[in-house]
Design a protein around this ligand. Structure first.
Ligand code: GLU
Length: 502
């Protein structure tokens, strides 16, 4: 690769960032870092009607949470600033006009009402080579009339004049040779009446001006590619064009179509990286972060949606991904999203990380209840339960009872098999625990077994009641591990409490 690698993630700030968008950012980032190149964030906000307050900041926060750091962006600037298209408005017009001058585009004066009328009267109306000569544009009106309308500031747009009978082709790094029949594509607007470019013009001009070497984006942009290729050809020459790769879609779990936010709502899983609050409705859509995902797991899971390194390896750190990633190994077919698999990644990462790496997050989740405990104790608790937690939020259930007595006791689980013999056993167990001089797992287990045996009970008959006394319910780490950690006083008082209410 001789050209310096410069890639861009170019989101439009129209709402929460769907996981497909984050994956696009990730793949761009991995490629840039692997080639010692630059990863650029460009905000494509030329469509004012779709602008959503807070969406831009949300994009930065999401990428930061994922550990995807830009080299240039609207926030940190860079040699090609500004990086927000609305701030580059004045740049685009000259290119649109150059296209008109060279016969590749034309002025169109059709009013929004006239277009609406057309759409109503003609089914599937397209402004294209078949219809353009029946519309109000410079191709029909001729030079003199056009000049007059322009001089009188009559509102107009600039449209690309799609060629007839031309095959447009380019090489996609994932799909190989891609062919389009230009006559099937409509004459897209390039410059709007307010002189703001449309996405099609802005993306090409900015990729050129920002010296982008590779444009990787979602497959949904593939139908727009012929327009972009033509613009590159007409404006800058194809040899300067970035290499393209259109990333496969992320599909619904059943493989039927693109995964949408609605699927997440319907099936009960997040599709956004972080909580997104719609500023208009105040509706909050839950994110992977708030659901209890580690960024390491989220990024790992995303990378595997449509890519693998050709081996059986599934767990990759961001660092390893940078090393092993390759665009050519991305599959052409869409990748089905599987929430259970996403959770599996998280579980693996929770197990893999050091206690110190999750301590802060667990403390945050626990809030006040862990306040009076030092990190050594908290670390012991985390070490004990780590493997049982699939989501970070599971730590709350798995650890709360280490810090305070359970709020509720599932007494109904013990009650049916409760009898005098068991009561005697637990009373004696309290005494034995009381006089224990060593308080560790082995010692506690021995005391428990001996007391059971001297009361003609099998340990299995009294194990569950002891768990419920200490934990409150039928779950948790090894019961003697728990007793060893919460200590003598808490163990005894929890047993005493249940004996007093049963
Ligand atoms: N602004 C487009 C989007 O919102 C970016 C498409 C591209 O990368 O060319 O997805």
């Amino acid at each position: 690769m001789n050209k310096k690698v410069r890639v861009r993630f170019a989101p439009s700030p129209t709402g929460g960032l769907h996981l497909g968008g984050v994956r696009t950012a990730l793949f761009n980032y991995l490629f840039a870092k692997q080639h010692q190149g630059s990863f650029i964030i460009r905000i494509e906000d030329t469509d004012k009607t779709r602008f959503v307050d807070g969406a831009e900041k949300y994009i930065y926060n999401t990428l930061e949470w994922c550990g995807i750091k830009p080299d240039e962006s609207p926030l940190i600037g860079g040699a090609f600033a500004p990086y927000k298209q609305s701030e580059r408005k004045s740049l685009y017009k000259q290119y649109a006009e150059q296209l008109v001058k060279n016969g590749y585009a034309y002025y169109a004066f059709d009013t929004p009402e006239a277009l609406e009328q057309k759409r109503k009267s003609v089914a599937n109306f397209q402004y294209n080579q078949h219809t353009r000569m029946s519309m109000q544009n410079s191709l029909v009106l001729g030079a003199a009339e056009t000049e007059k309308l322009l001089a009188n500031n009559i509102p107009h747009v600039i449209r690309i004049k799609m060629p007839e009978n031309e095959e447009i082709t380019f090489t996609d790094m994932i799909r190989g040779e891609v062919f389009f029949n230009a006559s099937l594509v409509d004459d897209k607007v390039l410059l709007k009446a307010d002189a703001m470019p449309t996405y099609h013009l802005a993306v090409v001009v900015d990729d050129y001006l920002m010296q982008i070497s590779h444009s990787f984006r979602g497959e949904e942009w593939l139908p727009s590619a012929p327009v972009h290729i033509l613009l590159w050809k007409y404006l800058f020459g194809l040899e300067n064009m970035p290499q393209w790769a259109h990333l496969p879609l992320i599909l619904k779990p059943d493989g039927n179509g693109k995964l949408s936010k609605r699927d997440g709502d319907r099936l009960g899983f997040p599709v956004f990286a972080m909580d997104w609050k719609d500023p208009k409705t105040n509706e909050i859509t839950i994110g992977f972060k708030e659901r209890g995902f580690l960024p390491e797991a989220f990024v790992n899971m995303l990378a595997m949606l449509g890519w693998n390194d050709g081996t059986e390896q599934e767990i990759f750190s961001l660092h390893e991904l940078i090393e092993k990633f390759s665009i050519e190994r991305i599959h052409k077919a869409g990748a089905k999203f599987d929430y259970e698999k996403a959770k599996w990644y998280n579980h693996e990462w929770i197990k893999k990380l050091e206690v110190g790496d999750v301590r802060l997050k667990v403390k945050e989740l626990l809030g006040d209840i862990a306040n009076n405990y030092d990190d050594t104790f908290i670390d012991k608790v985390i070490t004990l339960v780590k493997d049982r937690c699939t989501l970070l939020t599971d730590f709350v259930q798995q650890t709360s009872f280490f810090f305070k007595s359970p709020e509720t006791i599932a007494i109904d689980v013990i009650q049916p098999k409760w009898n005098e013999q068991k009561k005697v056993f637990f009373t004696e167990l309290i005494q034995q625990f009381e006089s224990a001089t060593i308080w560790n797992v082995t010692e506690l287990e021995n005391i428990f077994k001996e007391t059971a045996s001297s009361n003609q009970l099998k340990p299995g008959e009294v194990m569950l009641p002891l768990r419920i006394m200490l934990v409150g319910d039928k779950f948790g780490a090894g019961v003697f591990d728990i007793a060893a950690l919460i200590g003598k006083n808490a163990t005894i008082s929890r047993i005493e409490y249940v004996l007093s209410i049963i």
